[in-house]
Design a protein around this ligand. Structure first.
Ligand code: FA5
Length: 345
């Protein structure tokens, strides 16, 4: 029986050594060690052997089983490695091929402009706050001194969401929210999207504004002028000038439109300048001193009357500033998602 085991064992080792595939390896394993394999069959007949012989034969069988397992393991590792080598050779990457140029993204001009404006005002102590785009008619209009029958409502063609609810037409609504929610002093900057039924090369139904509000004791019109001059010079250059023209906004008194000197014309106004159309000035925002009625709505009325509480506010269109800063001729380009346009920023 020992001879038989030796014959099976050495044949198995030979077969394993020459097995050329994992399938063949498995076949050899089953034929020797499987339930009906040659080695197993011999072990099954062990019962017929004398008790004396049995441990010897058992030991020989176990030794062969160990050798065959080891040989199986070794050959499997060799075949696995060979298969991996073939796969690696097939999948070899040619690193000498020229690479595809990655597309570089950039922040949208509206985002860049917003960030630049926020940077300027945060240097003089303005905190950024935001509010909802779907707003009550009350906070968008009534609280800002624009009652339902007020002709000023026509200045901002409104999208109504339902009774008493609008898409905010300006960021002045955030001013009103903040003042009602907290006590003075207030020095805030409110950026965000606003909506009006309006569409042409310089007007979009959705656009962005930044509102500024400073409320404290003895805030004066000259503080407003100084703040806006600082802003204009930071954004458009140290030689920028501003001028205030009287204007009407129901939530300020007095109110003004603010122009910045044309940064294209610089020292001499050119009658053919495409930026300022020869006027030398560019309108950039609306501003004024907070209307006393707003202080009543905010609950600041008594301090306004007894503690000389005053304030200024201003509101600007971010697309308009971006158009000026980057020389963008049509506002609609900013909303079309055309990468040829966006790549330039
Ligand atoms: C206002 O919205 C006032 N709330 C601003 C203000 C705040 C004045 C505080 C005084 C005190 P106006 O309607 O002018 O003002 O809009 C402000 C700016 O938004 C405009 O100068 C313009 O640059 C921009 N704007 C207005 N309508 C559009 C539009 N449809 N598309 C793009 N920009 C617009």
């Amino acid at each position: 029986m020992i001879e038989k085991l030796d014959a099976i064992g050495s044949q198995a080792l030979k077969d394993l050594e020459t097995a050329a595939s994992l399938d063949r390896l498995e076949q050899v394993r089953i034929s020797v060690l499987g339930k009906k394999g040659a080695l197993s069959e011999v072990l099954k007949s062990l019962g017929a052997v004398s008790a004396e012989e049995r441990p010897k034969i058992g030991a020989v069988a176990n030794e062969w089983k160990r050798k065959i397992d080891a040989a199986l393991e070794l050959r499997k590792a060799q075949l696995d490695k060979a298969a991996l080598d073939v796969q690696l050779a097939q999948e070899r990457v040619d690193i000498s091929l020229p690479a595809r140029t990655p597309h570089r993204g950039a922040l949208h001009p509206i985002t860049q402009t917003t960030q630049r404006i926020i940077q300027v005002f945060s240097r003089i102590g303005f905190d950024v706050v935001t509010g909802p785009e779907v707003e009550t008619d009350y906070l968008n209009f009534e609280a800002a001194n624009i009652p339902a029958d007020h002709p000023a409502r026509d200045m901002q063609d409104t999208f109504f969401m339902g009774p008493g609810v609008v898409l905010r037409t300006h960021t002045t609504s955030v001013q009103m929210r903040m003042m009602r929610a907290q006590s003075w002093p207030v020095r805030i900057l409110c950026p965000g999207a606003v909506y009006r039924s309006d569409s042409d090369a310089t007007h979009s139904p959705m656009f962005h504004q930044i509102e500024g509000l400073w409320v404290d004791q003895n805030v004066k019109m000259s503080d407003l002028k100084g703040t806006l001059l600082f802003f204009a010079q930071e954004l458009f250059g140290a030689d920028a000038k501003i001028r205030l023209r009287p204007s009407y906004f129901p939530f300020v008194e007095p109110g003004a439109e603010v122009d910045v000197s044309c940064f294209q014309c610089r020292t001499k106004i050119s009658p053919t300048c495409r930026v300022c159309k020869g006027s030398g000035w560019l309108e950039i925002l609306g501003a004024g001193m907070v209307h006393p009625r707003l202080f009543d709505v905010a609950g600041y009325g008594e301090d306004y009357r007894s503690k000389n509480l005053t304030g200024f506010a201003f509101g600007l269109g971010i697309e308009r500033i971006a158009m000026l800063l980057y020389g963008i001729p049509d506002l609609r380009l900013m909303f079309q998602g055309d990468v040829r346009f966006l790549n330039q920023f």
